[in-house]
Design a protein around this ligand. Structure first.
Ligand SMILES: Nc1ncnc2c1ncn2[C@@H]1O[C@H](COP(=O)(O)OP(=O)(O)O)[C@@H](O)[C@H]1O
Ligand SMILES: [Mg+2]
Length: 227
């Protein structure tokens, strides 16, 4: 756990699972409750990490191998943690992050076939003690997620990225890997059925996060509690 005054929530799951959609809905709901919320994403989220993001998602690092990619993800994560996430948590904010260390475990570790100790070592240095208080895993069949992502990518400037292009079987393997993490770390992780409507999922996510909200922020009077 981050042990900071704020709350650190990460959103994980496959392509098109609804992470970006739900992060915005949760941020809105929490801001309406008067909370200070920072939404951010990986790879990226800080100046240094955004510079690395392009290299990773364009596929420019792919020819140099999975270790190179994994280390670049870790470099980006380290910058993001130290420059953005840790200071925000120290200031008492709720930080909502679209993908974090579990994506590295799954994409580079499981489907990238990188050995476990290598991934664990990178995780340790990149996260540097800033563990998510809660990780919401959006679960849905890979075929549905890819179909959603393809529709999203139908826009004029949108092309599938380096990871979206991979085979359905690989995406299914990732789904299983996220579920395995949830099983191994039930205190940190919550699995949400992402096949349902956006509104239903948003209500679920809020119900998961509400009891965890930082005391400092939660103590602020709620509109309905003001007499
Ligand atoms: N519950 C849902 N049901 C149907 N479509 C959805 C749902 N949630 C999101 N979408 C749509 O699916 C696409 C992918 O959602 P997005 O939030 O971008 O997923 P992710 O960030 O996990 O890749 C978007 O076009 C979004 O509008
Ligand atoms: Mg997204």
């Amino acid at each position: 756990m981050s042990a900071a005054p704020g709350l650190f929530v990460t959103f994980e799951g496959g392509e098109g699972a609804g992470k970006s959609t739900q992060i915005q809905l949760l941020a809105q709901a929490l801001r309406a409750r008067g909370m200070t919320v920072l939404t951010t994403r990986e790879p990226g989220g800080s100046k240094g990490a955004e510079a690395v993001r392009h290299v990773l998602l364009s596929g420019a690092a792919e020819p140099y191998g999975i270790r190179m990619e994994a280390i670049l993800f870790a470099a980006a994560r380290s910058d993001h943690v130290e420059q953005v996430i840790r200071p925000a948590l120290a200031a008492g904010s709720v930080v909502l992050c679209d993908r974090f260390m579990d994506s590295s475990r799954v994409y580079q570790g499981i489907t990238g076939n990188l050995e476990q100790p290598f991934i664990e070592a990178l995780e340790r240095v990149a996260v540097n003690g800033v563990m998510p208080d809660c990780t919401v895993i959006f679960d849905l069949p890979a075929a549905i997620g890819l179909e959603r992502a393809r529709k999203r990518a139908a826009g004029p400037n949108e092309q599938p990225d380096r990871f979206e292009k991979e085979e359905l079987q690989t995406h299914e393997k990732r789904r299983e890997a996220f579920l395995d993490i949830a099983e191994r770390e039930p205190l940190r992780c919550r699995v949400v059925d992402a096949t349902r409507t956006q509104e239903t999922i948003a209500a679920d996510v809020l119900a998961i996060i509400e009891p965890l909200l930082p005391i400092t922020a939660a103590r602020r009077p709620h509109p309905e509690h003001v007499s």
